[in-house]
Design a protein around this ligand. Structure first.
Ligand SMILES: Cc1cc2nc3c(=O)[nH]c(=O)nc-3n(C[C@H](O)[C@H](O)[C@H](O)COP(=O)(O)OP(=O)(O)OC[C@H]3O[C@@H](n4cnc5c(N)ncnc54)[C@H](O)[C@@H]3O)c2cc1C
Length: 315
């Protein structure tokens, strides 16, 4: 009888530092760590966890997570299934494929629809789960079908409507389901133009975002304009952008409450983009959490709105 995860799941490793698997470069070790490069391996890992009552966390590119200093007492399943195929106007990509890869591949083929994701880090699975978006585009816009594991660990296909995409969310996020692959429907267009747009977005990010330091992208979601009290709307009207609905950028709110450059330990609210927290060298998760609390308190006090984290905690 196999009673431990190391017996049940060949290839599992123990006590693995997680910081190198995250863009923040922060956090402790995982008790167990498994690289899944096929759908079958994802299923085997989940089955082992289920059987032994071991908690699990699915990690894609690690670009939207904050790992606790104490690490994770469970199994980290690193999604490295990466097959991508273009057939006619459709792209099939496994969950561990990088968004940068699919943007590059489809641009090369003259297929339009993913240009907005130029410079978006992370994997297809992470983008589908969180309905990642930028520059007026969202992952949901071109999805025709997503393959995921249902609650019983069986492979199931979901149409776009069944995914219940929302702003930075989906049914996969709400029900904590594992995304295995996604199929995107794209349109033929000018290869030169498609590549130009994607490159423009990459350049824009390099210029405006603090990519010179480890970070996890925007810490908070932008604020729905509807949540800003009526008496304050005229004050913020000049910064409202429609992406994908009228929002007040949290970077603006954070700047207005004097958070630019505020530091705790080695974590700092970016001067360049105050919805980013940057790791200026061996920052702790506790430092980041303390900045998150500060931002929430100050913004609540001045603008009467709650900030909601976009990042996911691994603890
Ligand atoms: C510099 C920078 C810029 C960014 N810009 C943007 C932006 O413009 N727009 C935007 O939306 N986001 C942005 N992000 C955040 C991040 O890149 C996206 O949210 C991305 O889609 C996360 O993908 P990931 O593979 O890295 O996910 P991870 O960080 O690995 O995981 C994030 C969450 O998704 C879950 N997850 C990952 N893979 C799967 C899967 N296959 N099935 C189920 N759950 C899964 C994880 O369990 C976790 O809860 C940025 C991040 C950085 C560092």
């Amino acid at each position: 009888m196999k009673n431990t995860i190391t017996e049940l799941l060949p290839g599992v490793r123990t006590n693995i530092p997680l910081a190198p698997y995250t863009s923040f470069r922060i956090g402790g070790k995982a008790s167990y760590f498994f690289i899944a490069n096929t759908k079958k391996k994802v299923q085997e890992a989940l089955r082992a966890c289920h059987k032994l009552g071991v908690p699990h966390f699915i990690l894609g590119g690690g670009t939207n997570v904050l790992v606790a200093d104490k690490g994770y007492r469970g199994l980290i399943i690193l999604m490295r299934l990466k097959r991508c195929e273009i057939r006619k106007n459709r792209l099939y990509a496994e969950a561990g494929a990088l968004m940068s890869t699919i943007v590059r591949k489809t641009g090369y083929e003259g297929l339009a629809g993913l240009e907005w994701a130029g410079g978006l880090p992370g994997t297809v699975g992470g983008a589908v789960r969180g309905n990642a978006g930028a520059f007026g585009g969202e992952t949901k816009d071109t999805i025709v079908e997503v393959e995921a594991l249902d609650g019983d660990g069986k492979v199931k296909k979901y149409s776009n409507a069944e995914c219940h995409f929302e702003y930075r969310s989906s049914m996969f996020k709400k029900k904590n389901l594992v995304v295995l692959s996604a199929t995107f429907a794209l349109k033929r267009g000018s290869k030169k133009r498609i590549q130009e747009i994607a490159r423009f977005h990459i350049r824009y990010r390099k210029e405006k975002h603090p990519l010179e330091y480890p970070n996890a992208g925007s810490i908070f979601q932008n604020c729905d304009l509807k949540n800003i009290p009526l008496r304050l709307r005229s004050k913020v009207q000049h910064v409202v952008k429609t992406d994908p609905f009228p929002v007040v950028p949290t970077a603006y709110l954070n700047a207005e409450v004097g958070l630019k450059g505020v530091r705790v330990g080695k974590a700092e609210i970016s001067l360049k983009h105050p919805n980013y927290i940057v790791n200026k060298g061996k920052a702790k998760a506790a430092d980041v959490l303390s900045l998150i609390q500060k931002a929430k308190q100050r913004v609540k006090k001045k603008f009467s709105v709650e900030l909601h984290e976009e990042i996911q905690y691994v603890k």
